[in-house]
Ligand binder design. Structure first.
Ligand SMILES: Cc1cc2nc3c(=O)[nH]c(=O)nc-3n(C[C@H](O)[C@H](O)[C@H](O)COP(=O)(O)O)c2cc1C
Length: 369
C-alpha cells in the first residue's frame, strides 16, 4: 500500500492522494488578468492525477505583483478572467483547487525570469516597492518605501478583499504566501525587518502583522473551506530566519486557523547559501510537523516517486508539493503510481493510457506490461 496514494483529510476536504502541485508563477498575465496560457497550464496540471493544485502567487494589489506579468486579484477584470479559467478547470477535473495570495514587497517591480529577473528601471514601468524597512534586497535593487501602520492596514484590507473574490470564484482554499522573501517573510526576517515599533525586533513582534493579516483572511474566508500558508524553514543566511522560528510561526498559524503549512525557504537576501540537493528542505518540514502539530507539506527537489513515498512513510511530512518535476513531466503522479504499484486517477478520456489497461507481454520504455 503506497502512502503517497493514500487519502489525506484537510479541513472538510479529502485529498485522494498526497501529491500536490506547488504554486508556480507563469508571468503570462495582462494587467493582472489570467490569459489562455493559464487555462492551458492549469488545465494540464489539473489532469495530472495530483489531488490538489495551488494557483500561482497572485498579488492582492497591483504594486504587490512580482512582475507586471504576474496575476492579481484586485480588480473585477482580474476576477472575471480568473472565473473563466477556473470554470474550464472545474469542467475537466475534480482537483482540489486553491490560490496563493501575497504581496511581493521589496521584490516587486521586477523583470520576469526570461527577461533577466532584475529590478525594472525607470522607463520600463518600474514602481515604488514597499517593505517593512527602507532596506534594499541587494546593492543593485532600489530602496523600498518603509510601510506605515496605516499603509500596512491598507494591504491587510486588500488581502481580505482578494480572499472575498477567491470565495466568489468558488475556490476550495487560499494559501498565504509567507516565504521566498516577499512581503510577509520580509516582516518575519531580521534581515529585512529593521523596525523599532511593535512590528519589529522580537520574533513575537515580527510575526505580529503576518498573523494579523492571516487572521483577517481566515475570518473573511468561508468557515467550511480551508486556508493554509507557505512558510520559510530558513533564510539560509546568518542572522536570518531559522527552523526554530518556523516551528513557532507554524504553531501560531495553526492557532489562527491554518489547516496546513508547506515549508519552503530562502529568497529574503540574494547572497543566501542554499544547499540545494534532493529534498533539501524536508528537514524543516519534519521539524514543523513534529513540533507544531500541523498538517505539513514538504517541497524542494522532490522528484522521485520512491523519495516522495519515503518522506511520507518516515513521518517527515503529510503531503508532497511538486513544482519543477510537474513542469518537466505533467504526468508525474500517473507515472509514480506505476513505480509504486498504486492506482492513480486518470480522466476517463485518458484511461486507456494506464499501463494496467494495455495488452500483456509488451513493454513501453522500461515499463513491462
Ligand atoms: C516556474 C516556477 C514558478 C514558481 N512560482 C512560485 C510561486 O508562485 N509561489 C511559490 O510559493 N513558489 C513558487 N515557486 C517555487 C516552487 O513552488 C517550489 O517551492 C520550488 O520550486 C521548489 O520545489 P521544486 O524543487 O519541486 O521545484 C516557483 C517555482 C518555479 C519552478
Amino acid at each position: 500500500m503506497s502512502m503517497l496514494f493514500s487519502p489525506l483529510q484537510i479541513g472538510n476536504f479529502t485529498l485522494e492522494n498526497r501529491i500536490t502541485v506547488a504554486p508556480m508563477c507563469q508571468y503570462s498575465a495582462v494587467e493582472g488578468s489570467m490569459t489562455d496560457w493559464h487555462m492551458m497550464h492549469l488545465g494540464s496540471m489539473a489532469l495530472s492525477g495530483a489531488s490538489m493544485l495551488v494557483i500561482e502567487a497572485t498579488g492582492v494589489l497591483p504594486e504587490g505583483r512580482i512582475t507586471p506579468q504576474c496575476t492579481g486579484l484586485y480588480s473585477d477584470a482580474n476576477e472575471e478572467a480568473m472565473a473563466r479559467v477556473i470554470k474550464a478547470v472545474r469542467n475537466v477535473s475534480p482537483i482540489v483547487l486553491g490560490i496563493q495570495l501575497g504581496h511581493a514587497g521589496r521584490k516587486a517591480s521586477a523583470h520576469r525570469p526570461w527577461n533577466g529577473r532584475g529590478p525594472l528601471k525607470t522607463g520600463e514601468g518600474a514602481w515604488m516597492t514597499q517593505a517593512p524597512s527602507a532596506v534594499s534586497l541587494a546593492a543593485d535593487w532600489p530602496v523600498p518605501h518603509a510601510l506605515s501602520v496605516q499603509e500596512m492596514d491598507r494591504i491587510k484590507q486588500a488581502c481580505v478583499a482578494a480572499v472575498k473574490r477567491a470565495a466568489r470564484l468558488g475556490l476550495d482554499f487560499v494559501e498565504m504566501h509567507s516565504t521566498h522573501g516577499y512581503l510577509f517573510s520580509e516582516f518575519l526576517s531580521l534581515l529585512a525587518n529593521k523596525r523599532s515599533d511593535e512590528y519589529g525586533g522580537s520574533l513575537a513582534n515580527r510575526m505580529r502583522w503576518p498573523l494579523e493579516v492571516f487572521r483577517a483572511m481566515r475570518e473573511a474566508w468561508p468557515a467550511d473551506k480551508f486556508i493554509g500558508a507557505k512558510i520559510s524553514g530558513s533564510d539560509f543566511a546568518g542572522g536570518g530566519w531559522t527552523p526554530d522560528d518556523a516551528v513557532v510561526y507554524a504553531g501560531e498559524l495553526r492557532k489562527a486557523g491554518a489547516a496546513y503549512v508547506t515549508v519552503s525557504g530562502g529568497g529574503v537576501v540574494l547572497d543566501a547559501k542554499v544547499p540545494t540537493g534532493p529534498g533539501y528542505q524536508v528537514p524543516f518540514a519534519e521539524r514543523v510537523k513534529r513540533e507544531a502539530g500541523i498538517t505539513t507539506g514538504a517541497v524542494g527537489l522532490i522528484t522521485d516517486p520512491q523519495q516522495a513515498e519515503d518522506i511520507l512513510t518516515s513521518g517527515k511530512a503529510d503531503f508532497i508539493s511538486l513544482a519543477r518535476a510537474m513542469l518537466f513531466n505533467p504526468r508525474w503522479p500517473q507515472h509514480a503510481a506505476v513505480t509504486l504499484n498504486a492506482d492513480a486517477k486518470y480522466p476517463p478520456q485518458y484511461e486507456r493510457a494506464a499501463p494496467k489497461a494495455w495488452p500483456p507481454g509488451k513493454t513501453l520504455g522500461k515499463i513491462a506490461l
